[in-house]
Design a protein around this ligand. Structure first.
Ligand SMILES: *Cc1c(COP(=O)(O)O)cnc(C)c1O
Length: 359
């Protein structure tokens, strides 16, 4: 039956999301979800909207969200585009800017979905590896034939590291095409690039409510771009890409800065402790600006650590990047979840130590 499928699709392996176990007992630290409950105002907005009935199509523009984002960042509502999760926005961006046979650039290692998007589009992707200290070389903004779009997650995943704003502006100004700054984790960092959109119309900033707003199950994201570009992207998106419940919930969530700041404070405190403790246990951990840490070490293999944790009921993300190496990405959970995780990692290392001594 495969003969009916486009060759571009048949050859691709497809994006594999992090495991989503059914059992509620698992401590889930593998997909950077927020461990806390979203703002109560969000649930109230969903109940109220549902009570009005769902027989009508939703607002195609998500005007309530546009207004909330416009108010929060003091920007033109017409520079905001709503998406069914930021993955939807990344798809819209790829379809708007990159044609078949054209080129999309991304750093490495990074969010693997970007590559799948290029493949679906029949486009090529070019990889520019990060320097070993997670800065970017100048080749990241080199001009290349048919280069149409550049993706840069900032903070990056899996490293949690950040490229400073001044460098982002320099990259965008030198590029011959738009630069998408994927700010899925920016609420956990010290700076963001939304105000750069007005300074440089090649900059497009993507946000999601999945991480910092504890709403991964809702599926909502938005991007900020020059209104002229948003106008074009509106032609590409599905007419009703966001549902009424999600639009109402997102507008209220974005308006609730008090909840966001309170949650951020808790996550950052736990992140600091997780980083310090993992370093104490002998891991190399770059300073994180996101809600996870990237843990590597050269003296032992890390797949067995991942497996030991999994057998102990704790799911973290094991990554092995060709030409780069392996690591464990651990999402910042509650204090108690991180205590459990640290406890079992320490247990693994102790077991290993006694094994070696007895041999
Ligand atoms: C989680 C994540 C997303 C996806 O967000 P959704 O809104 O849940 O689709 C996008 N980019 C990066 C870098 C992410 O880590």
């Amino acid at each position: 039956m495969e003969k009916y499928v486009r060759p571009e699709i048949e050859v691709m392996s497809g994006y594999i999301p992090g495991e989503q176990p059914e059992s509620g007992k698992i401590i889930k630290l593998n997909t950077n979800e927020n461990p806390y409950r979203a703002s109560e105002k969000v649930y109230e907005a969903i109940r109220q909207t549902a009570a009005l009935g769902l027989s009508r199509y939703p607002d195609p523009l998500g005007k309530a969200v546009r207004a909330a984002v416009s108010e929060k960042f003091k920007i033109d509502p017409n520079s905001v585009l709503c998406g069914n999760g930021s993955d939807d926005l990344l798809t819209i961006l790829t379809r708007t800017f990159v044609g078949s046979g054209e080129l999309l650039r991304l750093p490495y290692p990074t969010y693997i979905l970007y590559r799948s998007l290029a493949e679906i589009q029949g486009a090529k992707s070019e990889i520019v590896p990060f320097n070993t200290d997670w800065t970017l070389p100048d080749t990241f903004f080199a001009v290349a034939p048919k280069l149409r779009l550049v993706f840069l997650p900032n903070p990056n995943s899996p490293s949690g590291t950040i490229i400073p704003k001044s460098r982002i502006l320099e990259i965008a100004e030198n590029l011959p095409c738009p630069l998408v700054v994927d700010e899925a984790y920016a609420d956990f960092a010290e700076e963001h690039c939304i105000d750069l959109v007005e300074k440089c119309d090649k900059i497009i900033v993507c946000r999601t409510l999945s991480k910092s707003y504890a709403l991964a199950g809702l599926r909502f994201g938005y991007l900020v771009a020059a209104p002229k570009l948003v106008e074009q992207m509106l032609k590409v998106k599905d007419s009703y890409n966001c549902d009424s419940l999600a639009i109402a919930a997102a507008a209220v969530a974005i308006g609730d800065d008090g909840w966001l700041m309170g949650n951020r404070t808790k996550i950052l405190a736990t992140r600091t402790r997780l980083t310090e403790q993992m370093r104490r246990l002998g891991f190399d951990v770059p300073t994180s600006h996101a809600n996870f840490t990237w843990n590597t070490r050269k003296d032992i293999a890390l797949k067995p650590v991942y497996e030991f944790l999994k057998n102990s009921g704790i799911l973290v993300r094991y990554m092995n990047y060709p030409d780069w190496g392996e690591g464990l990405r651990i999402s910042v959970g509650t204090e108690e979840q991180i205590n459990q995780c640290l406890h079992f990692i320490e247990q693994f290392l102790l077991n290993k130590f006694y094994e070696n001594r007895n041999n």
